[in-house]
Design a protein around this ligand. Structure first.
Ligand code: UT7
Length: 310
């Protein structure tokens, strides 16, 4: 496949202020901080009150525009990865176009669903579209209102998720060093291991097994495609589902856990928002970070791995 020279030129994130702790869960479900912490690494998650995936997507997008004082008039492509839009149409992307005041422009705007891998899929789509020369600036967002689809009576899933959004602005680059590489994929599962219809239902152990198998594979594959080794990567940004999953991947790859960025202790699993949110969080504190590797997995099953410069 053709190389895709692109660059993330700005990022933004948003999470609601309202926090729910493990102790808060122990008041409504038969669970406790000790179980949740040791099995998942999650301590807190941010839960929206009165805000939707559309509102959170807009706030993250606005941050991405404001962070670099980005000329929003340049944006001609908007892709939102989400499984929690409150409406089937218009897409969240259409609504972001309107909210950003870009309705006078001929923008292509649409949403995609690849569950927790959605952001990585959306970046590959954006990269392909801008590399074609037909688009110049893509706003790519992952936004999830997971608390709206949680079964609040199911202790095995309710404690895992949080609400958030992350955004990235991507431009084409003429520097061959900015080539981006992807290894995204899927394996259709019709056995109900991970379903949302209308609430989350999951066979956690099965998902866990899938995750610890696919994540190292995806990392190796995308490195191979790029002709790079793990030492060429500044940071690995994994989907934030479970500390033990990330620990297992690190062990499998013989890497120190510090190579994997994490914030799941504070935000839980925010599905398609987890990777762009963490990217922005890390970029804010470490502006010098250059080459990152995204790796995620999710319902479908889907997985996504990408190497790109930020
Ligand atoms: O973005 C993708 C989304 N999904 C994931 O990434 C999920 C991947 N899977 C996991 O992270 C883990 O499988 C979980 C954290 C969901 C569960 O951990 P586990 O070690 O696989 O536990 P388990 O489901 O096998 O349950 C062990 C025990 C069960 O009790 P018994 O049958 O042994 O008596 C559960 O009923 O723990 C019980 N349990 C709980 N206990 C206290 C399940 N949830 C809870 C809870 N608090 N919240």
């Amino acid at each position: 496949m053709k190389n895709l020279p692109i660059k993330i030129v700005s990022t933004g994130r948003y999470a609601p202020d309202n926090v729910m702790t493990n102790d808060d869960f122990s008041k409504i479900l038969d669970t406790n901080d000790e179980w949740i912490t040791t099995r998942t690494g999650i301590k807190r998650r941010h839960i929206a009150q009165g805000e939707t995936a559309i509102d959170m997507a807009y706030k993250a997008a606005l941050k991405a525009v404001e962070n670099k004082n980005y000329d929003k008039e340049k944006i001609d492509l908007i892709i939102v990865a989400s499984i929690t839009s409150p409406v089937k149409t218009p897409s969240i992307a259409n609504l972001i176009q309107a909210k950003l005041g870009l309705n006078h422009k001929n923008i292509v705007a649409f949403d995609i669903n690849a569950a927790c891998s959605g952001f990585v899929y959306a970046v590959e789509i954006a990269a392909s579209m801008i590399s074609s020369g037909n688009y110049k600036s893509a706003l790519v967002i992952g936004s999830e209102h997971m608390s709206s689809i949680i079964d609040w009576e199911d202790r095995s899933t309710a404690i895992l998720f949080g609400d958030a959004a992350g955004a990235a602005i991507i431009e084409v680059s003429d520097n061959p060093k900015d080539n981006a590489y992807f290894w995204n994929g899927s394996r259709g599962d019709d056995t109900g291991i991970l379903w949302i219809d209308p609430k989350v239902k999951m066979a956690g152990r099965e998902v866990y097994k899938f995750a610890v198998d696919i994540m190292p594979k995806a990392i190796h594959k995308v490195l191979e495609k790029a002709g790079l080794t793990i030492d060429d990567i500044d940071y690995i940004i994994p989907h934030q589902a479970n500390y033990r999953i990330i620990q297992s991947v690190a062990k499998d790859m013989n890497l120190p856990i510090e190579r994997f960025l994490m914030n799941l202790e504070e935000y839980g699993n925010t599905s398609a928002a987890s990777i762009p949110f963490l990217l922005d969080e890390h970029k804010t504190n470490n502006p010098e970070v250059k080459r990152v590797l995204f790796v995620g997995f999710g319902g479908g099953f889907t997985w996504g791995a990408a190497i790109l410069n930020v």
